[in-house]
Design a protein. Sequence first.
Length: 184
Amino acid sequence: MSRREELLDLVTDHVLEHGLVGLTLRPVAAAIGTSDRMLIYHFGSRDGLVSAVVARTGKRSVAVIDALPAAPSVRAAINRLWTAYGEEPLAGCMHVYVQAAATGLFGSEPYLSEARASNEHWSASLRAYLVRSGAPARRAGRIVTLVDSALYGFHLDLATDRPDELARGVDDLARAAQALAGVQ
């Protein structure tokens, strides 16, 4: 593994623990045992580093989805996916993505291209997972659009602090996705 990749893993782990908002080079460099100059050397700038961290968390997220075993149905797959959203490492990766989106990073370069590429990989991974779990390939894209947006919404739901209520909502979504899949 190259030194750049090692540093990226260390910074990514740091961001997963401490968050992305307010990230500055000197403190993060000190926390991982290097200098801000080394981070600039390997990533070009703070923006380059943050973009690389967001991309790395995206890759880690995709790896989690790719590792999920097939569920017995689309409904079960979506409920299993919701459970994974609440566990590490996916929960932390989701928080980084949300922080990047909330701070407006995805609206301009260098983040915009990276966010689009990460989203394409994420959607492809979700599609493959749903197909493994019984969704017809021809309908999987529509299901991903519905499920991905809705699960992000459930994940960000700050008004509902009752997990059982969220789980019921997710299961309603899962039932709708099962119906959209056209399989029982």
